[in-house]
Design a protein around this ligand. Structure first.
Ligand SMILES: Cc1ncc(COP(=O)(O)O)c(C=O)c1O
Length: 374
């Protein structure tokens, strides 16, 4: 990623570089080499090293309130690779993937890479609408298509920051069961809550038919390229048999050892507490700055966690057309259409994770100016 000089980048949903625990990871890497060097530098187990899987399972159990089974966990190179692997194993080109709308744009790209047909499913302030999932699955079947999976970010969504209402969670799973949809639960932001912890994951209601993706990218560092997926043991057993994992000796095995060491050092919980405070302060700053700077007719939602504020523009303003003008004034964002299978011109996504507080204020002012002159 390269930052452009003179532009306040509110587009990138990346952690602030000053919040990456470089010193602690350096110690963890040295300790991993000193204590487990020959293991860490050899080919590893397909599922990931036990030194990481065990503390990870304990941590997930504590955070999500339901014991995580060791044989239902698989180490991945981040959520991105996890989704790609699931598509490889569970879909064929031409299958239908129902996708929350709007949703994380790069996941849409991965699903497209696998030749899946994307069918958007509406969401509102309470998250994905379960009846809309049922309608879409029924329609797809009536056209002779196979609705194979549902991709959703139900907790502190990217791009909207919304969280699926607790009352919709079991209902959604019932519908998924009824239509034999594999639910891909992208849980990238669960730990980054600002006031109260979010509702338990979809997977915590029972692992059948749900694959939940987690990552160290947002809570430690994205450059590690390390995450996990959690589901039933059958899927993990199948994944372990793939050439990718058997020949590869597990995914990012050395990094997995370094992160295992970092977990054994007991530093992650305190680090996450610091991240919550830092991102909460940035959210507050950005939301207050938008209130002061955006013209009438703009609306936005205050997220309870995650990295993003989702803005609705006044009637007649198109976020794609607005972007070059905003950039000329020195601020960037991601236009809404990137997050929709179609439409979305009235929206834009701002990330408060990457830039410092005073730049959030300046960025909001520049955006306000761009919208005023549009
Ligand atoms: C919802 C969501 N899923 C996945 C990712 C990427 O995760 P990873 O770095 O673990 O591949 C991101 C990163 O922005 C994200 O916002």
């Amino acid at each position: 990623m390269s930052l452009r000089s003179g532009i306040i980048e509110l587009g990138w949903g990346h952690p602030d570089r000053t919040l990456l625990p470089a010193g602690d990871l350096e110690r963890a890497a040295v300790d991993a080499l000193r204590r487990h060097g020959s293991d860490a530098l050899s080919y590893g187990a397909s599922q990931g090293p036990r030194r990481l899987l065990e503390p990870l399972a304990a941590r997930i159990s504590r955070i999500d309130g339901r014991p995580a089974e060791l044989d239902g966990l698989l180490i991945t190179a981040g959520i991105t690779q996890g989704i790609d692997l699931v598509c490889t194993l569970c879909s064929v080109p031409g299958d239908v993937a129902l996708v929350e709308s709007p949703v994380y744009h790069f996941a849409l790209q991965i699903l497209r890479d696998h030749g899946l047909e994307l069918w958007p499913v509406a969401a509102d302030s309470g998250g994905l609408i379960p009846e809309a999932v049922a309608d879409a699955a029924r329609r797809a079947r009536s056209l002779g298509k196979r609705p194979r999976m549902l991709y959703t970010v139900p907790t502190f969504s990217n791009p909207t920051g919304r969280t699926l209402a607790p009352s919709r969670r079991e209902w959604l799973l019932e519908i998924a069961g009824q239509y034999d949809l594999l639910v891909l639960e992208d849980d990238a932001y669960r730990e980054l809550w600002f006031d109260t912890p979010p509702p338990p994951s979809l997977l915590s209601h029972g692992s059948a038919g749900v694959i939940r993706f987690g990552s160290f990218s947002k809570i430690v560092a994205p450059g590690l390229r390390l995450g996990w997926l959690q589901t039933g043991a059958d899927f993990v057993a199948r994944a372990k048999q793939t050439g990718l994992l058997t020949s590869g000796g597990g995914i990012n095995h050395f990094t997995a050892h370094v992160v295992a060491e970092y977990l054994h050092m007991g530093l992650l919980d305190d680090h996450v507490v610091e991240l919550r405070a830092a991102y909460r302060a940035r959210r507050d700053t950005l939301v207050a700055a938008l209130g002061a700077a955006l013209p009438d007719g703009c609306r936005w939602e205050t997220p309870d966690g995650g990295f993003f504020v989702w803005v609705t523009l006044p009637d007649g303003i198109d976020s794609m057309a607005l972007l070059p003008h905003a950039e000329a004034l020195g601020v960037a964002y991601i236009p809404g259409p990137r997050f929709f299978a179609e439409g979305g011109q009235r929206y834009l996504r701002l990330a408060f994770s990457l830039v410092a507080q005073d730049d959030l204020v300046k960025g909001a002012r520049r955006l306000g100016e761009a919208i005023r002159v549009a």
